[in-house]
Design a protein around this ligand. Structure first.
Ligand code: SF4
Ligand code: SF4
Length: 406
């Protein structure tokens, strides 16, 4: 019997843990494989899948209206299509009346063929394709295990999705070597047919770094990138192309809560489940001290070596409502530095993600290392946002905002 959590929560699931068929230079997750024995299967068993799906549904509070099942990696397609067919069957079997549900799948695209695409279409998956830009941009940092560019295979996967009319969005990592390509990258993603675009700033944690080079952005690079893309977007795409961060900022200015955990006052409602049943506070805090529970581990061989679980809770509802998990979320607010509390842009940014609140040469400890970049962007974009909001207030489409510029 699973306890109901006091609030709805979300879980990112990694059916093959950190296992991947690519070797992306800046990946924050690949080194998590080092936690396991070299011969560990790194595969979530079907028994654990069933236990997880049942618990995820049962642990939602009575007020829950929707569950989003999120599959991620590593490369989740390595777990094979049959695993996800089973997942759909189990979701149907255990779903509670009155709750709708959808699935999303974040992939590098290289294994996606017509069979996968037909499956995604049939079950209305939203597929996130990780693509950093054109061949010149994507290739060098996203090689396969033979050190060859994965660009052509990623594009092939995307074409399969388009052939089957699968809903997709793009996720591009912005790092030290491609931050100067903002305008070009944005236009390239649009040329692929992307209308929902996410940019993720690369900020490496030394514990996860895989190469001698630090791929992290400087705040100036991030600010410049955002401003460049914003200027392209505002010229012809307002209301047609959804850049996640731009839409989120607009939503906050319109009085809505942040849809992105990074920019909310608190977070912590998005935990992560590893292939072996370990539950962590967040995908970006997959360290032992943030392990908040352990769903029934059915394959003892795959349990991390040299780690004493910091929590033995096995009840997902209790884990989601635990003091440890709730504190993880509220600490985002409680640890906000004075500089943020006094900042005019605080409601739009809320100090960003705690993983980025690290000491660098440019930033005092506790303030987001990309702070100056965020400030540059907000200063640059606010007049346009003001005009967009005026247009909407007067009942006009957002794209008519130039008429409202003062
Ligand atoms: S730590 Fe960062 S990524 Fe994780 S939930 Fe909080 S804001 Fe989101
Ligand atoms: S812009 Fe900088 S100072 Fe202002 S809230 Fe964001 S991180 Fe804090």
């Amino acid at each position: 019997m699973t306890t109901q959590s006091p609030h709805p929560f979300h879980l990112i699931v990694k059916p093959v843990g950190a296992k991947c068929n690519l070797d992306c230079k800046y990946c924050y997750y690949l080194r998590k494989q080092e936690r396991y024995e070299a011969d560990a299967s790194m595969q979530m068993s079907e028994a654990l899948l069933e236990h997880y799906i049942r618990s995820h549904i049962d642990a939602q509070p009575a007020t829950a209206k929707h569950i989003e099942f999120s599959w991620q990696g590593g490369e989740p397609a390595l777990r094979g299509l049959a695993f996800y067919e089973k997942a759909i069957e189990l979701q149907r079997q255990y779903m509670r009346e009155g709750i709708s549900y959808t699935n999303n799948f974040q992939t590098n695209g290289t294994l996606i063929n017509d069979r996968w695409a037909a499956f995604f279409k049939k079950h209305n998956f939203l597929v996130g394709i990780s693509i950093d830009g054109d061949k010149r941009n994507h290739g060098p940092t996203r090689p396969n295990l033979k050190s060859e560019s994965s660009f052509n295979q990623t594009l092939r996967g995307l074409e399969a999705l388009k052939r089957h009319e699968v809903r997709f969005n793009t996720l591009s990592v912005v790092h030290s070597d491609n931050a100067h390509l903002g305008k070009h990258t944005y236009n390239y993603l649009k040329s692929l047919g992307a209308t929902v675009i996410q940019f993720q700033p690369c900020m490496e944690d030394p514990r996860d770094r895989r190469t001698e080079k630090d791929w992290s952005l400087t705040p100036e690079q991030w600010g410049q990138f955002l401003c460049e893309v914003f200027d392209e977007w505002k010229t012809s795409d307002v209301g047609d192309v959804f850049v996640q961060f731009f839409e989120n900022t607009l939503g906050i200015l319109a009085g809505q809560p942040s849809q992105m955990c990074f920019y909310g006052e608190v977070c912590g409602q998005q935990m992560m489940l590893e292939h072996d049943g370990s539950v962590y506070s967040c995908d970006h805090f997959s360290y032992n001290e943030y392990r908040v529970g352990q769903l029934k581990a059915l394959d003892p061989l795959s349990i991390p070596v040299n780690e004493v679980p910091s929590s033995n809770d096995t009840d997902l509802g209790k884990i989601a409502g635990s003091t440890k998990q709730l504190s993880f979320g509220t600490n985002k607010w409680l640890n906000l530095p004075k500089q943020c509390i006094e900042c005019d842009f605080r409601p739009l940014c809320n100090g960003g993600c705690p993983k980025d609140r690290i000491a660098t040469n440019d930033s005092q400890s506790g303030v987001n290392a990309l702070c100056a970049g965020y400030k540059q962007f907000f200063l640059h974009s606010l007049p346009t946002y003001g005009a967009i909001l005026d247009a909407l207030k007067h009942g006009h489409p957002a794209a008519t905002y130039p008429l409202f510029l003062s």
